[in-house]
Design a protein around this ligand. Structure first.
Ligand SMILES: *Cc1c(COP(=O)(O)O)cnc(C)c1O
Length: 512
């Protein structure tokens, strides 16, 4: 038999949709990634005041990157096949527990993020109470959306409780009053993401404990921040496992641990509760499954990246990053107070700040966010809910200190620009229309055709983009019209609209 070399060559050179005919070089691929990320928000330098956490230390990033790559191919599916992951996870969980009222015997789980930690905390609380047929969790209305997601995924009823409208902190008495015989978990945040304030953990946990109910502290954003802020002189009430009645706690290392994304720790007061977070399956003919997390096969990169970041920053490093973030926050709070039309909501206790509109001389915050974005700073819009006002969120990190005067200058300029635009137009007709349309019945094409009417513009002028050392650019998208619209809609319509939008975004009708 002879092989026709030309025929083989031609077959091999035929491209498949979405794939090149021949494999491309890493150089070529990284060039394409660089071009794509040039339109993203910058991940470094502190001008993106949400989503990203930057130490500003290249040696830390390098340690995380190399550790991540070194463990990328290790599969966390089976800790007996890859004992390295047990060793690393025990170190990471142990370090987190030791900072948060536990010790090296404190049971924990390394998860992919805050949402996964919270879903597992809710699962553990639910499964620890098998006698309750219709389980409920009681959460302050300021609790993270992840609890609602956990409720939806696990079929657990979520009971939101109003918070103090002035301090935005959970109300222990109201939380207690919302508990029933079906309550499997009560939640407190340290701090809440939206307003950056710490709920009265001790009182909430004590009341839950008196009823025999588990209490989870959501310290996703604060767990690896608050202890260092306390060392820098901030007033931080006890919020961790040292507080009686707290049965579990979540702490995201991919936030103020500054680890690459995919890193959170869920701690339990006792190992019996952790057992209820685990999952095992022997009811199929393949390998026997036993998982500590929702994912089964998973790369060990995030675990190694988190471990390396903790080790590369060290206690001194976190102390200094905490001090810097706190100084930036205090400066920002004082600076915002001096800008007409803006106020800081509540009294932020961490380094998360919600900027609201002054009720006496309100500014259109959504337009302000667009103006700030044009000027190189991304602030995160948060919609009004119940009696809680709309606001712009900022998370200040270890690199924010150097840029805080620039940020305040941008806020002042943006406020002037928005004032010159005049009062915001609430799109009454669109709101009425959306009240009548069945959004789920629209397909991607018709939804995409409707979008221009909302005023949303995803592709802003690239010329106004501000290049940064991260290679990214702020600027472009005009989000105020869509945020104003969402803000005016009821919660269910907001959810239907953004879901519809996401579907269209990942379709040829919108996806660029
Ligand atoms: C970020 C955050 C979460 C969710 O974390 P992800 O890592 O985004 O899944 C939950 N709670 C609080 C308080 C947070 O800040």
């Amino acid at each position: 038999m002879t092989i026709d070399a030309t025929a083989v060559d031609t077959a091999a050179a035929t491209a498949h949709p979405g794939l090149p005919a021949r494999g491309r070089s890493a150089e070529d691929l990284l060039g394409e990634l660089h071009a794509l990320t040039a339109r993203d928000l910058p991940t470094r330098g502190g001008r993106t005041a949400a989503y990203v956490y930057d130490t500003g230390r290249p040696e830390v990033r390098e340690a995380a990157e190399r550790a991540y790559l070194a463990m990328m191919e290790v599969n966390g599916l089976d800790p007996t096949a890859f004992p390295s992951i047990v060793a690393l996870e025990r170190q990471v969980v142990g370090a987190t527990a030791a900072r948060l009222g536990g010790d090296d015997a404190t049971p924990g789980i390394f998860t992919s993020g805050g949402t996964e930690s919270i879903i597992l905390a809710v699962k553990a609380a639910r499964d620890a109470r098998p006698e309750i047929a219709e389980p409920e969790i009681v959460v302050p209305v300021t609790a993270h959306a992840a609890f609602h997601k956990a409720g939806a995924y696990l079929r657990v009823k979520v009971v939101p409780v109003p918070v103090d409208p002035r301090t935005f902190r959970a109300d222990p008495a109201a939380t207690d009053a919302a508990c029933t015989v079906n309550t499997v978990l009560v939640v407190a945040s340290a701090p809440s993401y939206a307003h950056g304030v710490i709920d009265p953990v001790a009182e909430i946990a004590a009341r839950a404990s008196a009823r025999g109910i588990a209490c989870h502290v959501d310290a996703c954003v604060g767990g690896w921040l608050l202890p260092w802020l306390a060392e820098a002189g901030a007033q931080v009430p006890a919020f961790d496992l040292s507080v009686p009645g707290v049965t579990s706690l979540s702490c995201d290392l991919h936030k103020f641990g500054y680890a690459p994304k995919g890193a959170s720790v869920l701690l339990f007061r006792d190992e019996a509760l952790r057992l209820h977070a685990y999952y095992a399956c022997a009811a199929w003919p393949g390998y026997t499954v036993v998982n500590s997390t929702i994912q089964s096969s998973k790369g060990a990169g995030p675990l190694a990246g988190a471990w390396a970041t903790l080790q590369a920053v060290g206690a001194d490093g976190y102390r200094e990053l905490g001090r810097a973030a706190l100084a930036a926050t205090r400066r920002l709070i004082a600076g915002v107070a001096a800008i007409d039309g803006l106020v800081v909501l509540g009294e932020p206790e961490a380094t998360l700040v919600a900027i609201g509109a002054d009720p006496d001389a309100p500014l259109d915050l959504f337009a302000l966010a667009d103006e700030a974005r044009e000027r190189g700073f991304f602030l995160q819009p948060q919609l009004a809910l119940g009696g809680l006002p709309a606001n712009l969120h900022l998370t200040l990190t270890g690199v924010s200190e150097g840029g805080v005067e620039d940020l305040l200058a941008v806020l002042r300029e943006s406020a002037d620009a928005v004032r010159a635009l005049g009062p915001a137009q609430v799109p009454a007709e669109l709101v009425a229309l959306l009240g009548q349309v069945d959004l789920t019945a629209l397909d991607n094409a018709s939804f995409a055709a409707l979008l221009p009417a909302t005023g949303l513009r995803l592709d802003g002028p690239a010329s106004e983009a501000t290049p940064t050392d991260g290679g990214g650019a702020v600027g472009g998208a005009r989000m105020a019209p869509i945020n104003r619209l969402l803000d005016a809609l009821p919660v269910a319509t907001r959810e239907a609209l953004v879901t519809r939008f996401l579907s269209a975004l990942y379709s040829p009708h919108l996806g660029g």
